[in-house]
Design a protein around this ligand. Structure first.
Ligand SMILES: N[C@@H](CCC(=O)N[C@@H](CS)C(=O)NCC(=O)O)C(=O)O
Length: 139
């Protein structure tokens, strides 16, 4: 007998629950590639992209590690969100280990999603790679 059959569970993310109660992660809505060969609209360019992360997130931590290992810290800026979240989601504020957003002055990461696609209704997640030229973000 599965977990969903034995307990009445209210899903944290109802839109991401299958009929039989399993968590089905939302697809990335903004996935693209930064490439040097001209095959995408996102060329390799120092200073063009900015990474928004939370140190509390394993996916974001992976992006932070790759940025360090590839020696990209001076080419890609990074802003860390407050790990303590309320219902408004990831926030950029002056608290220990986090900071305000020096690039777009976003108070909340949701503003990056709103700027990219005002009709987006999914969850607002880190990491986000922001393109300062097109003013759009990639996940
Ligand atoms: N699509 C992202 C997902 C990352 C993700 O789930 N991040 C979590 C933190 S670990 C998040 O931001 N969650 C915010 C929320 O669900 O409201 C990826 O694979 O990089």
């Amino acid at each position: 007998m599965g977990y969903a059959e034995t307990m009445s569970v209210r899903a944290k993310f109802p839109k991401e629950q299958s009929e039989d109660g399993r968590f089905v992660r939302q697809d990335d809505a903004f996935r693209d590639w930064v490439r040097a060969d001209g095959s995408t609209r996102y060329p390799v360019a120092s200073g063009r992209y900015h990474l928004y992360v939370s140190l509390a997130c394993p996916w974001a931590s992976r992006a932070i590690i790759v940025r360090r290992l590839k020696g990209l810290e001076s080419a890609i800026g990074m802003t860390v969100a407050d790990p303590i979240r309320d219902e408004r989601g990831w926030a950029f504020r002056e608290v220990p280990g986090a900071s305000r957003d020096p690039v777009n002055q976003f108070a909340y990461l949701s503003e990056a999603y709103e700027a990219t696609d005002p009709s987006y209704r999914g969850r607002v997640t880190v990491p986000v790679l922001w393109d300062t030229m097109t003013h759009r973000h990639r996940q």
